[in-house]
Design a protein around this ligand. Structure first.
Ligand SMILES: [Zn+2]
Length: 464
């Protein structure tokens, strides 16, 4: 039976627009539930809501999958200036521990190390043993950038006892950052106890360092074992039910962030894609050719532990999905195309995008990217993709929020998300209708991918 694509496209774009539940999902996730740190009751509430919406959309077997999680929490973090061995007058300085930072309670002289590059460290090497180093989050301009984890490791090796990492954003904003390298194995061990300070307080602390002052940092925290939650729901294929396309987004957030852009935006689009494609089947009798799985992940913000758990549980052996598409930070810009982690599907995806007639482009990332949930899929040899949102063309300036309290639902543009839903539904349905023989064989080899990862360690991904 040949499909009337013009009629299907009209129906999908119309339903994505007029029937949209985007605002309802954003209000529930960001406002009624709020921050959704994986393992918290709030995360469980978000996962239950997602599962209930999947059931309401008549998806098969909507379910929660819990997974063991190495998690972490922290108390209020503050810094104080020490004079003559005593806490000096003046306000305490608010600090934010880097994710998974061990508990910190120490004092030491302040030493400004700029960007933490080798030439800067050698200039102050004799002052570093026992010191609290002040280092910029951003890599040094013009030189080959070094990852923060590497710069912190050099500070530790030079004898520093802690780092004050100066935020790049201004106006007192501080984000949760990670000091660990996610391209290895989701390594959670810290190179050096590190806390973030605001750009403005960073400038103040640098002046205090020049004046030879000492500083005290108190940042209590603990790591512990808990459980995170993924959600899974399926739309079975009419022709090739054992062949799969996978579409996912993380529903968790860092502490204290309502996670509008990161990532109620992607989660809402996954829910909407499930709804419109299921309704297309019910109302128009058009089902996908292969099966489509809709996923939301917990613990993306905790070294991708939710997507690692999903891949370990479902893809240890056996046939792999044809493609896994991951949605993250969709408020950053409108959809411009698809970025693949590996090149072999590029002609097929570009040909399929061309049939949409929307000018969408398919590109291939030059390095392996561990910054979101497509990484565990890619690492397992599953063809993986992200929508092209903003990189190289500029991000919406008012949506430059992720790991901070300001990442609220009002930064998200629901009309752009409706466009994501309509265009991605048309793309997924077309890909699902391609007979298995039209898909190039997946020749990805896990050993080659691991070797490539090793090669790329120590570099700063160009997309960051
Ligand atoms: Zn995210």
């Amino acid at each position: 039976m040949s499909l009337d694509w013009a009629a299907i496209d009209r129906w999908l774009m119309g339903e994505a627009w007029v029937g949209s539940q985007i605002e309802q999902h954003l209000a529930m996730l960001c406002q009624r539930i709020g921050p959704r740190w994986s393992s918290s009751d709030d995360e469980r509430q978000a996962a239950a809501y997602i599962c209930e919406r999947m059931e309401a959309a008549a998806l098969a077997d909507a379910r929660l999958e819990s997974f063991p999680l190495d998690t972490w929490e922290h108390g209020p973090a503050t810094g104080t200036v020490i004079a003559n061995g005593q806490v000096a007058d003046g306000r305490p300085i608010d600090l934010l521990p880097l994710l998974y930072c061990p508990p910190v309670d120490l004092r030491g002289p302040l030493v400004d190390v700029g960007f933490g590059m080798p030439h800067e460290l050698s200039a102050v090497r004799d002052q570093l043993p026992g010191a609290i180093a002040i280092v910029n989050l951003s890599p040094e301009p013009f030189s080959t950038p070094k990852p923060l984890a590497d710069r912190l490791r050099s500070l530790r090796d030079a004898g520093a006892v802690a780092a004050l990492v100066v935020e790049r954003k201004s106006g007192g904003r501080m984000e949760y950052h990670s000091a660990t390298e996610w391209r290895t194995s989701g390594e959670l061990e810290h190179p050096l106890p590190s806390v973030v300070t605001s750009r403005e307080d960073g400038a103040l602390l640098r002046a205090l360092a020049a004046a030879g002052r000492r500083f005290a940092i108190q940042a209590p925290s603990r790591t512990y074992r808990a459980a995170g939650t993924n959600t899974v729901a399926d739309l079975p294929g009419a022709h090739w039910p054992d062949e799969w396309l996978v579409i996912g987004a993380h529903h968790d957030t860092v502490p204290d962030s309502p996670g509008g852009n990161d990532n109620a935006s992607g989660t809402s689009v996954v829910l909407e894609l499930a709804r419109v494609l299921s309704l297309l089947r019910q109302e128009q009798g058009v089902a996908p050719g292969c099966s489509i799985r809709f996923l939301t992940f917990g613990a993306e913000e905790q070294a991708l532990q939710g997507s690692y758990a999903y891949v370990a549980r479902h893809h240890r052996t056996g046939p792999l999905p044809r493609l896994a598409l991951n949605l993250d930070e969709l408020a950053a810009g409108p959809i411009k195309g698809v970025v693949l982690q590996f090149p072999h599907l590029r002609p097929l995806i570009q040909r399929t995008l061309d049939t949409l007639g929307e000018g969408l482009q398919c590109h291939v990332l030059a390095h392996l990217d561990a910054s979101s949930d497509w990484f565990p899929f890619a690492r397992r040899g599953i063809p993986s993709a992200l929508p092209w949102r903003w990189r190289f063309v500029g991000r919406h300036p008012d949506a430059d929020f992720h790991h901070e309290p300001g990442d609220t639902a009002d930064k998200v543009r629901p009309r752009e998300l409706r466009e994501y839903v309509g265009l991605l539904a048309r793309l997924l349905l077309r890909l699902s209708q391609l007979p298995p023989a039209e898909w190039p064989a997946n020749m990805l080899c896990v050993d080659d991918i691991e070797a490539r990862l090793k090669d790329e360690l120590g570099t700063v991904p160009r997309t960051m």
